[in-house]
Design a protein around this ligand. Structure first.
Ligand SMILES: NC(=O)c1ccc[n+]([C@@H]2O[C@H](COP(=O)([O-])OP(=O)(O)OC[C@H]3O[C@@H](n4cnc5c(N)ncnc54)[C@H](O)[C@@H]3O)[C@@H](O)[C@H]2O)c1
Length: 255
């Protein structure tokens, strides 16, 4: 165990969580990865038991066991999540709504609470929740957009809750990011890669490592006065997505 404690990454076996675990390990952090389907990540410690962020008992017991085995958690990345099912309003099944909200919002809150109260007692820690630009815009993913908007709100509330206790809480909101989750959506025809790129100011999707870099900054002392924010990492999707109404985004000048 190193004196600076460990960074816990939920959903760390794939996608944005895996990219974050890899980057933090490369930066010399002691990283512990938990996932509902645990798979090892080079340089990180894998918590071998399946860890379901939607299980209250599992989260509370799991966090206690992880600290007992690996020492105090000083950094937390809440990256576990599932993407929303796209449905017309009339077709939204409430079991699916509950599943998305349970994992994406309730799970994020439960893990942040379990870890954050321990950090607050020790007067030290940083938490980053992975929200989404979907939580700041509308889309036919009714539960997902609501859950992610909730994550942004919970982030602010927890930042205020623990500000005096030395615990910073921030969110990142990735735009369309090239993970297996998104590639599956594209492959199924539910999402359109060309349009995702066209509406982003930078005319491209985001790489998982680019989200990881923002998370690493929010965990680090380089952001020591930053708490309660929601940082979009979206290749300019929020900035560019309304330009279609004005004829589209300009092409770069000829070089
Ligand atoms: N990929 C994108 O375009 C994008 C955009 C915005 C936000 N996000 C968010 O980023 C986060 C990571 O998404 P991703 O694209 O890397 O997806 P991913 O599917 O590649 O990775 C998600 C990981 O979370 C794990 N997981 C799922 N349910 C879990 C549970 N109940 N308990 C513990 N672990 C669980 C999965 O096993 C997987 O390893 C999610 O919260 C997602 O909503 C993704």
């Amino acid at each position: 165990m190193r004196s600076e404690g460990i960074v816990l990454v939920t959903g760390g076996s794939r996608g944005i969580g895996a990219a974050t675990a890899t980057l933090l390990a490369e930066q010399g952090k002691q990283v512990v990865v938990v996932d509902i389907q645990p798979e090892p990540i080079a340089g990180a410690i894998l918590w071998p038991a399946p860890f379901d962020v939607a299980s209250e008992g599992g989260v509370v017991a799991g966090i206690a066991d992880i600290e007992k085995a690996h020492g105090p958690i000083t950094g937390l990345v809440n990256a576990a999540g599932i993407f929303g099912r796209m449905h017309r309003l009339e077709k939204v099944r409430m079991e699916q709504w509950d599943r998305e909200v349970n994992i994406d919002l309730r799970g994020t809150f439960m893990v942040a609470r379990s870890v954050g109260v321990r950090m607050a007692e020790r007067r030290h820690g940083a938490i980053v929740n992975v929200a989404s630009v979907a939580g700041m815009t509308s889309g036919p993913i009714h539960a997902y957009t609501a859950a992610k908007a909730g994550v942004i709100q919970v982030t602010q509330t927890l930042a205020a809750e623990w500000g005096r206790a030395g615990v910073r809480v921030n969110a990142v909101s990735p735009g369309f990011t090239r993970t297996a989750m998104l590639e599956a959506g594209i492959a199924s025809g539910a999402m359109n890669k060309a349009l995702m790129e066209r509406y982003a100011a930078m005319n491209r999707m985001v790489e998982p490592v680019e989200v990881a870099q923002a998370i690493a900054w929010l965990l680090s002392p380089l952001s020591s006065a930053v708490t309660g924010i929601n940082l979009p990492v979206d290749a300019g999707f929020l900035a560019g997505s309304t330009w279609g109404a004005y004829g589209g985004l300009p092409e770069p000048p000829a070089s």
